[in-house]
Each structure stands twice: as structure tokens, then as C-alpha cells.
Design a binder for this molecule. Structure first.
Ligand code: SF4
Ligand code: ZN
Length: 306
């Protein structure tokens, strides 16, 4: 079923085919509805947007920037983390800088090299660890720390429905339900000043929709994928889900929608989660020493041995 006489550019899982202008309207309405439904953004915010320069983060920044123009009490700050991944992050960061420059947005860039003394590429030569494990720990650490330094009220990320679906399934497969309790459009279990609230305005948008939106708005001209992706568990789960979605359209929506029905119960069950302070860096931690400090110590010892 076509939306109008214009040429369709996308077919939704419902079978509906939308032209460019109807798709843009559909997509932006969905993001605004998500923001309202889950109470993601207040009338006044000093909002951070985690920007990698990929399609998801550029899309969320593009839409929130539009929103802030209609509401001057919402200030937007872009934050990028340069992990130090050759031939990948250097390219996407150029896109991020270019976008912020053209849209007159402030961009704060923090690098692993400056903050931890080594690029991710260098860390992986020293430690025998899965790239995404250490990369994710350091990125979350820096984003939270720097968001507090910048006095951000919330931090928006580009996570979409496919990402959430993968996380839900990964946690099930690893029997880590407490991690699932931290998921959802508003991340986390407890409100704590040690954490800057992370929000996911693209929560109900599929990867296909985000890619299409980014493409028609000139936010995406080529696909860049981190060279470490094939080694990740997430990539395996992504492929399984894509296969299921092809065979049974609507699978991803079903997983996320049913998860949303159980999420309040999960959050209630784990509401007493205790957040400690790392004895080394004073950042939030599940244990006495945070994961970032544990890996930094391992790196330091390995360098000493070398
Ligand atoms: Fe880091 Fe893994 Fe993402 Fe690459 S795919 S940027 S290694 S978390
Ligand atoms: Zn620490």
C-alpha cells in the first residue's frame, strides 16, 4: 500500500510504502512521540548528544538540534570519544566535526590517548581481551565523567530499536537479567548524581528507518563499520535477528514491545542496586574498584613487563 502518488523510498514492516516527505514526517513524529511517551526531555535541558559521526548519532543530533531551535531552553552539546581506531574513527570524526561546524554546534572531543595514555589499537596489542569489552568500558566511563564535567542534565545516544533488541537478547543468552533491567529508553535503575541520565530518542526506530532518514537528509554518504565488529558477540546476535526479521517481519518490534511490558517489573526488582564509588578514581562503580581502573592497571602492568 503506497502513501500517495509519489515514488516510495521505504517499505515499513507493516507493508506500507512511504515516499520521501511522508517518511520524514513519519520518522520525526515517531521520535517526538518517543520523547513524550517516555518523558525523555524536559522543557529546560543542558543536553549532551554522544556523537560518533555514524548515521545513528548524526540522526539523533540532527533531530534534537531541530527541536532545540523551537525551544531555546534546550541547549545542545555534542560529545565525541576518539577511541583511536585507525581507518574508522578518524573518518567518522571528520563527519562529526563537519556536521557540527555547518550547524554551529559545540563539539567536545575526548580521546583514549589523552585520557588513558594509549589508543584502543595500542591497548589491543598489549591486552588479550575482546575489543568491544574494553572499548565499551572506557567509552561509558569517559562519557559519564565528561558529561558531569560539562554539567549536562542528560546525555542522548543514537541507540535504535535494533540495538535494543540485540542487547535484550544478549542479556538473555548470558543470563544477565540485571543488565536488561538497566535498558529501556531511559537508561539505568537508580537516579544518582554520579550518573548523567542517558536517553535513547531513536528507541522505536529500526536500523533500516534510521539509515533511510540519515541518507535522505544527507547525513550519510558511505558506510563505515568498525573493523572490530566481526569479533563481537553483538554482531552474531545482530545477524540472527536480521535473519529472523527477514523471515518473520515484525520480530524486532515484538521483542522490544514485549520487553517494554516487563521492564517496569524488572526495574522494580532491581531498584535497590547499590552504586559504589571507585576507591581509585571516585567514579561510580559496581565494586570497590571500577572496571576502567581495573583495565588501566592491567595495561600499566603489561607495559612494565614489556
Ligand atoms: Fe569499540 Fe567495538 Fe564499537 Fe568498535 S565495535 S567502536 S571496538 S565497541
Ligand atoms: Zn575507577
Amino acid at each position: 500500500m503506497n502513501c500517495c502518488n509519489e515514488k516510495p523510498i521505504i517499505e515499513l514492516y507493516s507493508g506500507e510504502k512511504l515516499c520521501k516527505s511522508h517518511f520524514i514526517e513519519y520518522f520525526e513524529n515517531k521520535v517526538l512521540k518517543t520523547i513524550r511517551q517516555f518523558d525523555l526531555i524536559d522543557k529546560k535541558e543542558n543536553l549532551g548528544v554522544a556523537l560518533s559521526g555514524g548515521k545513528d548519532s548524526l540522526t539523533v543530533l540532527y533531530i534534537l538540534n531541530k527541536l532545540s531551535k523551537q525551544n531555546p531552553k534546550i541547549k545542545i552539546n555534542a560529545i565525541a570519544i576518539d577511541e583511536g581506531i585507525q581507518n574508522y574513527r578518524d573518518k567518522t570524526l571528520e563527519k562529526a566535526k563537519d556536521f557540527c561546524h555547518k550547524n554551529n554546534l559545540e563539539l567536545h572531543i575526548f580521546s583514549y590517548k589523552e585520557e588513558f595514555g594509549l589508543k584502543l589499537d595500542g591497548m589491543l596489542k598489549i591486552l588479550n581481551v575482546k575489543p568491544c569489552t574494553i572499548c565499551g568500558i572506557f567509552r561509558r566511563y569517559l562519557l559519564n565523567k565528561k558529561s558531569k564535567d560539562l554539567k549536562l542534565t542528560k546525555l542522548a545516544t543514537g541507540h535504535n530499536l535494533d540495538d535494543e533488541c540485540q542487547s535484550i537478547l544478549m542479556n538473555q543468552l548470558k543470563n544477565n537479567i540485571q543488565a536488561s533491567a538497566r535498558l529501556g529508553p531511559k537508561v539505568g535503575l537508580v537516579h544518582d548524581e554520579k550518573f548523567v541520565q542517558r536517553i535513547k530518542p531513536l528507541y522505536l526506530c529500526t536500523e533500516k528507518e534510521v539509515t533511510t532518514y540519515a541518507f535522505v537528509n544527507g547525513l550519510l554518504d558511505e558506510f563505515n563499520e568498525c573493523p572490530n565488529v566481526p569479533q563481537s558477540f553483538r554482531a552474531q546476535v545482530r545477524d540472527v535477528l536480521n535473519d529472523l526479521e527477514n523471515k518473520f517481519p515484525g520480530t524486532k518490534y515484538s521483542i522490544v514491545n514485549s520487553f517494554l511490558q516487563t521492564l517496569p517489573l524488572l526495574k522494580q526488582q532491581f531498584k535497590d542496586e547499590v552504586i559504589k564509588v571507585c576507591i581509585k578514581c571516585s567514579e561510580s562503580s559496581a565494586n570497590d574498584v571500577c572496571n576502567a581502573c581495573i583495565y588501566l592497571e592491567k595495561l600499566r602492568k603489561s607495559i612494565e613487563v614489556i
